[in-house]
Ligand binder design. Sequence first.
Ligand code: SF4
Length: 296
Amino acid sequence: MRVTVAKSLGTCFGVQDAIDLAMDESYRGDLTVIGQLVHNPQTIQQLQENGANIVDKLSPDIHTKHVMITAHGAPESVHRRVKEMGFTVLDASCPLVLRVHKAVSRFVRAGYHPVVIGDALHVEVKGIVGDLEDYTVIRDQSEIDKLKGRARVGIVSQTTQQIDFVLKLVGEIRERFPQMEVEFCDTVCQPTKARQVAVRELAKEVDVMIVVGGHNSSNTKKLALVCAEMGVEAHHIERASELDPRMFDGKEHVGITAGTSTPREVIENVYQAIIHMPGVDISECSDLPPKEKYLH
Ligand code: SF4
């Protein structure tokens, strides 16, 4: 059996910057994070061990000076509320999420009804639409009719959507409402696209794919979905201990990929566990790609 690692995988710069900020010594023991900093339980545990207080929502019970907005971003009103409550805001919003906020503001100023393709319950989407009076979130084809009666719509997407899916949905909206003026701004982020392209390439070669990342990580789930769409067996695991030798029964070529919130360390553990399994020819295994340099 041989093992190939996707050319692009794991933590993106937005998540890494947020983790680095939260781990900064100067905030040790004096930082509250609102919501999951990343959708990865190992990283959350590390942050808590480092003294970070992680809560679901803003409340007067918070006793730290600093309050962090995560990489997923938050509406302006939340930033204001944090300051009004006397906390110091540590803003770890990813610039690529803020780009979505700006695109939506531009659409609203220009008179378009804002539409977000994504999961209405996801914290990033809540942050995008949180200050809007009127908006529509569309998860899939079955929700297109929510746009009935709109004359002009401006569409963006959650940054971690599959770009092919988003383009198809925009095409279907145009077809369904030919009279409607439809503007689209592609806001799927570059690291997500890079991981999707890499998993697609790799899925053509392997007969099983191990997808590493939090079970609640949107973009990790999407990577597994890409494999399923391509007819490749995929196993979404959070950590090396979830590997099961039965996943590799009769398989000759194993692929490994990981979502944008999966720490390097977790990927390395999974990689090491797989290449040391019985029947693996190490000389036929690719190395992990070098850790990405964060250029933004
Ligand atoms: S997945 Fe994309 S938008 Fe989200 S934090 Fe990473 S780079 Fe930023």
